[in-house]
Design a protein. Structure first.
Length: 253
């Protein structure tokens, strides 16, 4: 598999359909993106963040409010913006500079100035320091499993003692064996995705949005090696792509 292809596709979405790339709903395509749809888009980020923090407070720390937070795979700032409103400092990382540029504009429109934007790689080499909260939602599913594991190690290295993680992974998806093979082939066979786009009535050069599944054995092993004693799991289902959100605390303060 060409491991860089998922990055290329994401960057292409950043140039052409940044909001649809984050939430694949026809309301969020450029041609349909009304002010009302945009309001619904960002309201969904507020609702998701409320759920994430409520889960942490219910199971780990009733008083928790992030001070320094990392939003990995920030996209156009759907979660970054509400996170910045309650945190002292937010670092927002994304592989697509086009997505980052749009996220910056969205923050400027809302007079939010406590966000540092950085371009990410598998080592998070541009992300400095430690965080008491690291969030990544509907991101890892677009990254091949082996790369996700490298990124997970880098994320865990940046969690401060006593810090909380909230990470989302897919683990299975819809369709027959033949459908899964075809999906994989679209990633690696030249032009196959383009002709599949035509069959699906999409633009010929529309990038493929990869849907990858995590190796949960390796994910849980990594968390256990970091000393996590409790992991709270909440299942997700996005178009029959089954996943889970992991809530955990790094031992310490």
């Amino acid at each position: 598999m060409f491991t860089g292809e998922s990055d290329k596709a994401w960057k292409a979405y950043g140039r052409t359909e940044p909001y649809y790339g984050v939430l694949s709903d026809e309301r969020f395509r450029k041609k349909h993106l009304t002010p009302r749809a945009l309001e619904e888009f960002f309201r969904s980020g507020e609702q998701d963040l409320d759920f994430f923090l409520a889960t942490i407070r219910r199971h780990f720390d009733p008083q928790f409010t992030p001070k320094r937070a990392l939003d990995f795979g920030c996209g156009v700032g759907r979660l970054t913006i509400p996170l910045a409103r309650i945190s002292s400092e937010v670092v927002a990382a994304d592989v697509s500079m086009e997505m980052i540029a749009e996220a910056k504009r969205n923050c400027e429109r809302r007079s939010i100035g406590n966000v540092e934007f950085v371009q990410s790689d598998d080592r998070l080499s541009a992300v400095a320091g430690k965080f008491d909260f690291i969030l990544s939602y509907i991101v890892f599913q677009h990254i091949p499993s082996r790369r996700s594991e490298r990124i997970l190690r880098a994320i865990l290295d940046r969690l401060a003692d006593g810090g909380f993680g909230c990470l989302h992974f897919n683990y299975t998806g819809p369709g027959s064996w033949a459908r899964r093979v075809f999906h994989h082939a679209r990633k690696i066979v030249p032009l196959l995705n383009n002709f599949a786009n035509l069959m699906e009535r999409k633009p010929f050069f529309a990038p493929m949005m990869q849907m990858n599944r995590a190796n949960l054995n390796r994910v849980f092993c990594r968390l256990q090696k970091c000393g996590c004693e409790n992991v709270i799991v909440r299942f997700t289902n996005h178009g029959n792509e089954l996943g889970l959100i992991l809530f955990f605390k790094i031992p310490g303060a």
